[in-house]
Structure formats: C-alpha cells, structure tokens
Write a new protein. Structure first.
Length: 293
C-alpha cells in the first residue's frame, strides 16, 4: 500500500506556482487576486476559507475576504457578488458553501460571472467541462486528477466506482474520469443512495472515489484487493483522546481498507489540500486569461 500524500504534492505544486506568480508579476505588473465571500460563522466554513486565504499568501496572490452576516438578505449577497463580478482587479472568487437556509444556492451560483468562477460550479463551466472544452474545473475533482497524475495512476480502461453524485464532487469527477482525455478513458459507475447491492458495485472498482459524507462508510469488505482508494469525505467525529475532543475522518474506514488497497488518500492530508490547489491553479489560469480571453 502506498499513501497518496496530498499535502506533500500540494506543497510541491505551490512552490512551482510561487515561481510562476513571480514571473507573472514581472511580466504584467499586477498580482493575481482571489476573493472569497463567507456568510455567517460556521466553524468548518471559516476554517476552509482561512486555508484558502493562507494558501494565497503562500503563493504570492492578493486575497480579499468579504465577511457577511448570517442574516444577510439574498439581495445584499447578490449585490456583493455583482461588485466582485465587476471589479477588474479580481481574477476569481468563491462563495463558501453551505449558505444559510434562506439563501438560494442555485441563484447564487448563477449570479457569479462564469469567467471568474474559479470553483467551477457555474453551469457554463460545468457544461464546457462535460464537453471537453476549456473550463474552470471544479476544484476538488481537479485536485483528484492532479493526484492521480502525480502518482502515475493509470485510469484508461480502468473501472472507476464513484460513490456520491453531488454537483461539486461525485458527478463532475465521474464525467472527468470518463472523458476521452489524459486522466480519463475510464469506465465509470456513479453510485448513490438508491444504488442496489452497493458493496458488490464498489467491489468492482479498480479505483474507488468516496464522496458521501458518512464517516467510515466504505469498509474493507467493499474493496477489491489492490484497488486505488480516493477518500474525499471530511467528517468531524468525537474523540475524547484528541486535544479538541474531536478529529477529522474520511468516508473510508481507513486502517482496514489501507491494508487491501494499492494506493489510498488519508484524511486529513489527502484530497483536502489538493482542493485548495485546484482553486489556486484556476485563479492563475484566470489571471492569464487561459480559459476565457
Ligand atoms: P453531498 O451531501 O452533496 O452528497 C453526498 C452523496 O452521497 C449523495 O449523492 C448521496 O446520494 C450519497 N449518499 C449518501 N448516503 C449514501 C448511502 N448510504 N449510500 C450511497 N450513497 C450515499 O456531499 P458532497 O459531495 O458535497 O461531499 C461529500 C463529502 O466530501 C463530505 O464529507 C464533504 O465534507 C466532503 N468534501 C470534501 C472536500 C475536500 O476538499 N476534500 C470538498 C467537498 C466535499 P443521493 O444523491 O442519492 O442523496
């Protein structure tokens, strides 16, 4: 079993990007700029946004954090989005999810200019991605592709089983891995809560991507010997022995599954840091007008 070290890979990529940013600054006289909107004070969302801001600082980007109150109206939030859409200094921005219940997430996603949608959630980017056109790829699937490439994990002709069909992880990674392209050409099964005989389905996977949101859901008996296991889940569970009284675990029952797999991503330190990397790389592409001129 080999551990896929997302933290180390993201550090390598950040160092390379740092140099590219220096070159970009010399050439253009400006600094790539990523903004984030954070609504309310959900601790997990605050931590994710904090990581993103820190990563921007590490690679030499400018970052702006727009903090808004939990009870902000949808109209006010859309106004903030409009300001960022129109600000020529901002290359890309994200609205950290989840949003409070009174806000319509679809309306918010649609309000973001797709040319600045560095999270890759806008239907224009999603549609372009699905058709193999240049697009901002959703940050987590993008990060997973980078990890597979970095570890030379062949996907062509492999059977990939993705468990979870969200718009931000499961569905886009299933599309990307089945596309006729590098890190694609796989035969993909997309499983979800209505899948029958799920364990039998997952056992067919040469590569298993778990994006469910249930701690330790993928157990050792569901994994074929030698499978590659990508654990996207981030779940906080109680643990009295941990300093904070809790710790983060993935959707995979890590220790037993680790013994059966050829490669596996840990949680934390696997897919998570690569999601931030996907976001940074999309922002750099935006600054360079690589996707949209
Ligand atoms: P969602 O809640 O949007 O989707 C969960 C998916 O899991 C759904 O498709 C659901 O099926 C499926 N599912 C739920 N229960 C079962 C079950 N019993 N059997 C089979 N499938 C089931 O989650 P996300 O995709 O947003 O996130 C998934 C996990 O990944 C979470 O832990 C999240 O925190 C983490 N995450 C991590 C990121 C990272 O950077 N590492 C980034 C984004 C998310 P159905 O559609 O039928 O309801």
């Amino acid at each position: 079993m080999k551990l896929i070290d997302g933290k180390a890979v993201s550090e390598e990529l950040k160092n390379a990007l740092k140099q590219d940013v220096l070159d970009y600054r010399k050439k253009s006289g400006r600094v790539p700029h990523l903004a984030a909107i954070l609504v309310g004070d959900n601790p997990a969302s605050k931590a994710y946004v904090g990581n993103k801001v820190r990563a921007c600082e590490q690679v030499g980007y400018k970052s702006t954090l727009v903090k808004l109150d939990d009870n902000i109206t949808q109209a006010r939030l859309l106004e903030e989005i409009r300001k960022l859409n129109e600000d020529p200094d901002v290359d890309g921005f994200i609205v950290q999810l989840p949003l409070p219940k009174h806000i319509n997430e679809t309306e918010v996603t649609l309000a973001i200019d797709h040319k600045k949608d560095v999270d890759g959630f806008h239907p224009v980017n999603f549609g372009r991605m699905a058709q193999g056109m240049p697009a901002f790829l959703p940050a987590t699937p993008y990060g997973i592709l980078l990890l597979l490439e970095r570890y030379n994990i062949e996907t062509a002709g492999k059977h990939v089983v993705v468990v979870g069909r969200s718009n931000i992880v499961g569905t886009p990674i299933s599309i990307l891995l089945s596309r006729k392209s590098k890190s694609g050409d796989a035969t993909v099964t997309l499983a979800h809560s209505r899948t029958k005989n799920l364990a039998d389905v997952v056992r067919l996977g040469d590569i298993v991507v778990a994006a469910i949101g249930i701690p330790g859901f993928i157990t050792e008996d569901m994994i074929k010997i030698g499978a590659v296991v990508i654990d996207v889940g981030i779940n906080r569970v109680e643990d009295e022995s941990a300093p904070k009284g809790s710790r983060l675990v993935g959707d995979v029952d890590f220790e037993p599954v680790r013994g059966k797999s050829s490669y596996i991503t840990p949680v934390p330190g696997g897919v998570g840091p690569m999601t931030v990397m996907g976001l940074l790389l999309n922002t750099f592409k935006s600054a360079n007008k690589e996707i949209y001129s």
